[in-house]
Design a protein. Structure first.
Length: 221
């Protein structure tokens, strides 16, 4: 199975607005940058991924993504998340027909082993592998093999909507409840949940020394 990862990301200085009561604009921008770096480094270490595609209207985010070997798509205007995703996936599937893993860049506990576990469940096509947030309302990771006629519908209560749509299209549905994927970072209480070591790491990632697997750039070319 060919597999691409697609990461949508808001402008670094505009994302995580719900943390405005506890973090300044500069702190939120640094947090968003470091979360993106963590996501790219984690995915780069997964050999099953043929390509990583970052979608954003933020040129700084896209420049950073390219430093880590990702391909990029720059969006114009202020498209809704689902519009941007569906456009990006249409571009990806027009070139080839890979499975697509959609993953947000706000999962501070993300581990490659957990993503690899999702990938293993996606070998029998057509299949959708879905991982919910900790409330089992939102969708924090979504893998489709193939994408086919599926339309992304992220947002409030998207977990049930994605399952319903997949079943209606005849996909086998695999549910993966994964702690590291369920823990996203949206609210002040999410930040408080993290221990001091993780908080410290979030503000001390070194973007000038990207750590990626030795064969990553070969796979991405």
């Amino acid at each position: 199975m060919k597999l691409w990862a697609v990461i949508p990301i808001k402008p670094l200085r505009r994302g995580k607005s719900r943390l405005a009561d506890v973090l300044t604009v500069d702190e939120r921008a640094k947090l968003n940058k470091n979360l993106l770096i963590h996501t790219l480094e984690t995915l780069s270490d997964i050999p099953e991924l043929e390509r990583i595609l970052v979608v954003s209207r933020d040129t700084k985010a896209l420049t950073l993504a390219r430093k880590y070997g990702a391909k990029t798509i720059q969006e114009d205007g202020t498209p809704h998340l689902n519009v941007a995703l569906n456009r990006a996936v249409a571009i990806a599937t027009s070139v080839t027909n890979p499975g697509i893993l959609v993953l947000p860049a706000d999962l501070p506990l993300l581990k490659k082993e957990d993503i690899s576990a999702m990938i293993k469940k996606a070998s029998d096509s057509p299949v959708m592998v879905i991982s919910p947030d900790h409330q089992k309302r939102g969708t924090n990771a979504l893998l489709l093999n193939p994408v086919g006629d599926f339309i992304y519908d992220f947002g409030s209560n998207s977990y049930e909507r994605h399952i319903e749509q997949a079943e209606g299209l005849g996909y086998k549905v695999e549910i993966c409840e994964i702690t590291s994927v369920a823990m996203d970072l949206d609210l002040p209480e999410d930040l408080e949940f993290l221990n001091g070591e993780v908080k410290n790491w979030l503000v001390n990632v070194d973007e000038d020394s990207p750590t990626v697997s030795s064969d990553y750039y070969e796979r991405m070319t």
